[in-house]
Design a protein. Structure first.
Length: 60
C-alpha cells in the first residue's frame, strides 16, 4: 500500500500509514482477513505485490 518508506527496500514490519483512501481500504481489508483467520481458523496469505505489470510480463 502507498506509504512513505523510511528505508528501501521496505521491510515487512514497516508501519502502515496509508496516504490515500485506496491504501486505507487495502489496509482495512488486510486487517479483516487476519481477524477472520483468528476467529475461524482460516489459513490466509496476503500478498503485497508492488508492481505485477512490470518488464517481462507476457503481452496479451
Amino acid at each position: 500500500m502507498p506509504v512513505w518508506p523510511w528505508r528501501d527496500p521496505v521491510r515487512e514490519d514497516h508501519p502502515q500509514n496509508p496516504i490515500s483512501s485506496y491504501g486505507i481500504v487495502k489496509s482495512a481489508i488486510e486487517k479483516y482477513i487476519f481477524m477472520e483467520q483468528e476467529l475461524h481458523g482460516l489459513n490466509a496469505v496476503v500478498l503485497r505485490a508492488s508492481n505485477p505489470y512490470g518488464p517481462g510480463r507476457p503481452r496479451a
